[in-house]
Design a protein around this ligand. Structure first.
Ligand SMILES: NC(=O)C1=CN([C@@H]2O[C@H](COP(=O)(O)OP(=O)(O)OC[C@H]3O[C@@H](n4cnc5c(N)ncnc54)[C@H](O)[C@@H]3O)[C@@H](O)[C@H]2O)C=CC1
Ligand SMILES: NCC(=O)COP(=O)(O)O
Length: 331
């Protein structure tokens, strides 16, 4: 039987509590039941019934009538829209606890509500985001496959996967190495088979430079790095294209030619994803021993507490984690 999911509440002063409550209100047959790690008072304040539980395994028995919560009180009161770094260590602890439930098998996977990066960094959090933190927390767990983490964003029929994640643009060219591109492609190829049940994944590689480098006139990374690595990957049996100009890779007809795009930097992947479907996009961490999904938006401090935050992306993240858990269980 597939176990429930575990959710983290994320930044308590952001939209997390209201979208988590809304996701529970929208519970449906295509979602696994879930338990939330966080401050129960913030969820009760959303006008829903909550049930105190100790593990995600207890979620299913309560889920229909109340949102199961693994209560973790915050050290400082929450002012909506104003993150307090004093609460940041509890946010990180919640993610760590969720990962341990997923590693122990008590949860099928985790779905994380957004964190605010700046207050986390101010409190000493030393990871760029969830993705790298979860990779570190799971580094010693057994895993049969190429290790990530690889960040993938999905929206409608687009899956965009990142070779570099949260780095300044001027650092991107030196980080686009053959090793990084190859590892990203291998992780994506394996994950599309294992987690998305795609038997023969087709990958499209995005070029780094305009016009895929214009034969070297607009940059040499395609000739020196990307074309050779694409050839090497095809030699391993991975169906991947040579680098394609990124400006023509994401329109409707182009998307039909591949199952995932390998993108060289953050905005190359996230702009098409968020343009295509800002409300329904999902962030997925690939190449880890645990399943992890997340909404593609952030903490929405400008709208938190106003009752207008849309839960669609979190709901899509819960659905996708449920599908991935089913795909892994069926193998
Ligand atoms: N997975 C995660 O933990 C992520 C965290 N962040 C963090 O979020 C914080 C704020 O980042 P921003 O760049 O301002 O992005 P943001 O996504 O929080 O906000 C961008 C715009 O989208 C709107 N928006 C966001 N979520 C919405 C929702 N559920 N319904 C309706 N409108 C929504 C906001 O009101 C704002 O106008 C930062 O600290 C950033 O690091 C950002 C992206 C992902
Ligand atoms: N821009 C995507 C983002 O910030 C999500 O990062 P992560 O917390 O999922 O690693």
């Amino acid at each position: 039987m597939t176990r429930p999911l575990v959710l983290t509440l994320g930044e308590p002063a952001g939209v997390g509590p209201e979208i988590v409550a809304a996701a529970w209100r929208a519970r449906s047959a295509d979602m696994l039941p879930f338990a939330v790690i966080g401050d129960a008072a913030l969820l009760e304040a959303q006008g829903i019934a909550v049930a105190d539980v100790f593990t995600p395994g207890e979620a299913a028995q309560h889920f229909e009538r109340a949102l199961p919560v693994i209560h973790r009180a915050l050290p400082a009161p929450v002012t909506v829209g104003l993150p307090d770094p004093v609460n940041a260590p509890s946010v990180a602890d919640g993610i760590e606890e969720a990962v341990s439930f997923a590693l122990s098998g008590e949860a099928s996977g985790l779905v994380t509500a957004p964190i605010a990066k700046a207050p986390m960094y101010a409190s000493g959090f030393r990871f760029p985001g969830h993705t790298e933190f979860i990779a570190e927390l799971t580094a010693d767990a057994p895993y049969a496959g190429t290790r990530g983490p690889v960040m993938m964003l999905t929206a409608r029929d687009l899956r965009a996967c990142l070779v570099t994640i949260h780095v300044a643009l001027d650092q991107v060219p030196e980080l686009v190495t053959a090793e990084r591109v190859a590892r990203t492609a291998r992780v994506v190829h394996e994950s599309l088979k294992r987690d998305f049940a795609i038997a023969r994944p087709r990958l499209a590689m995005a070029a780094l430079n305009p016009h895929a480098g214009e034969g070297g006139a607009l940059g040499l990374q395609e000739i020196e790095t990307l074309i050779p690595v694409a050839e090497q990957l095809r030699g391993e049996g991975i169906d991947i294209t040579d680098p394609r100009p990124a400006d023509t890779l994401f329109h409707d007809d182009a998307r039909a030619t591949y199952d995932a795009a390998i993108c060289m930097y953050h905005d190359q992947a996230l702009i098409p994803v968020k343009t295509l479907d800002f409300w329904g996009g999902v962030n997925v961490s690939l190449g880890l021993p645990v399943i992890r999904t997340s909404p593609d938006h952030g903490t929405g401090f400008d709208i938190a507490g106003k009752g207008i935050a849309r839960p669609d992306s979190l709901i899509a993240a819960v659905r996708l984690a449920s599908e991935m858990a089913a795909a892994r269980a069926a193998r």
